[in-house]
Write a protein that binds this ligand. Structure first.
Ligand SMILES: NC(=O)C1=CN([C@@H]2O[C@H](COP(=O)(O)OP(=O)(O)OC[C@H]3O[C@@H](n4cnc5c(N)ncnc54)[C@H](OP(=O)(O)O)[C@@H]3O)[C@@H](O)[C@H]2O)C=CC1
Ligand SMILES: Nc1nc(=O)c2c([nH]1)NC[C@@H]1CN(c3ccc(C(=O)N[C@@H](CCC(=O)O)C(=O)O)cc3)C=[N+]21
Length: 299
């Protein structure tokens, strides 16, 4: 039986430590980190995430600003709002919830965010920084996955990692982070031939596909560490529920450790968003970025 990696618990501890750092920052330097979240349209799943982000930011005593724009909002209005937030000294982090409706060019919107306020790490400046080993913002979901992996495995050097999915927000930055930790990295996607065999070679399997329970237990190398990023809403026995990209019930018998859905990567994503906002606030005020936050939180 696999060890269940309790992302919810780790995220709670991390948020508590971030909260302590926020209080120190305010007491020592009169700075309150501010997070602005923009949601376009009424996608129910996005509404849940945005609500959770705002609530958890406030719990960490950060300032939270929420902007809800109608589905049909013209691109110019969205760009104007970003310009305003770019210039607002109370806002240190700006997140535009993806996906965006078709009349909006997501690339243009991301490019409009000031790179030092891009707490998602999606701006090309931050993407380039990650690729070349710089210290720009790392995307929240891969950062959260990496924290769980390092805490569980310690040194990742020489391990074979398979990243299933190559999106800009999860798969690609995840692969870059694993490479930085000296893993031997394979990236698989919808055109990959022999996916089951690729998976069976992996000591670390990251699933970020968006297909409910696509990875069965017999694709998993015995003892492997499995990080399930997928968040899929399905209906089962007449009830709505969330499942990952991995078939948890069969995977738990083969894997050495596995993250559940819900309660795995999702809560870590939000905790890392708050961490990125705290760090952005420090940088924007010319203050040192708090070191060892994860160690302080988890011991
Ligand atoms: N827990 C969290 O915090 C977060 C969870 N998510 C979840 O993670 C999942 C992935 O998200 P995201 O990266 O944005 O998704 P995308 O849809 O952007 O990317 C999906 C990737 O999976 C690949 N893929 C699709 N079908 C298959 C298949 N049958 N076999 C192999 N590869 C396949 C695609 O390949 P190709 O490139 O060839 O099309 C693509 O690279 C979703 O469930 C999403 O909800 C996302 C962000 C945060
Ligand atoms: N610009 C941008 N940045 C993102 O980081 C971003 C985005 N857009 N668009 C959508 C995806 C998805 N995402 C999640 C965040 C938290 C949970 C989360 O907290 N999940 C809980 C369950 C929540 C529930 O019940 O729905 C869990 O897994 O336990 C899930 C998914 C961030 N994303």
């Amino acid at each position: 039986m696999a060890t269940i990696i309790d992302g919810k618990h780790y995220a709670e501890r991390l948020r508590a430590e971030i909260g302590r750092q926020v209080v120190q920052l305010r007491e020592a330097h009169l700075v309150t980190p501010g997070l602005a979240v923009i949601l376009v349209g009424e996608d129910p799943a996005s509404q849940v995430y945005v609500r959770n982000k705002a609530r958890q930011a406030r719990e960490a005593t950060m300032a939270s600003f929420e902007y809800r724009l109608p589905h049909g909002v013209p691109q110019e209005k969205l760009l104007e709002l970003i310009e305003r937030l770019n210039a607002d000294p109370a806002v240190h982090g700006i997140l535009v919830q993806l996906p965006l409706p078709p009349q909006v060019d997501a690339e243009r919107v991301i490019n409009a965010i000031r790179p030092d306020k891009d707490i998602d790490g999606f701006h090309p400046v931050n993407v380039g920084s990650l690729a070349t080993g710089g210290d720009g913002t790392v995307p929240c979901t891969p950062l959260g996955c990496m924290m769980l992996l390092k805490h569980h495995l310690g040194d990742l050097s020489g391990l074979r990692a398979l990243v299933l999915g190559r999106s800009n927000i999860v798969g690609k930055p995840m692969a870059t982070l694993l490479l930085r930790e000296n893993c031997t990295v394979t990236i698989a996607h919808s055109k990959t031939v022999g996916l089951d065999e690729e998976c069976r070679r992996a000591d670390i399997l990251i699933a970020a596909v968006g297909r409910p329970r696509m990875v069965p237990g017999d694709w998993i190398k015995p003892g492997a560490t499995v990080i399930d990023v997928g968040i899929n809403r399905i209906e089962e026995n007449g009830k709505a529920r969330l499942v990952g990209d991995v078939d948890f019930d069969s995977a738990v018998a083969t894997a050495g450790a596995i993250t559940p859905v819900p309660g795995g990567v999702g809560p870590m994503t939000i905790a890392c968003l708050l961490l990125n906002t705290l760090e952005a606030a420090c940088r924007q005020h010319g203050l040192p970025v708090p070191a060892g936050v994860m160690e302080a939180a988890w011991g």
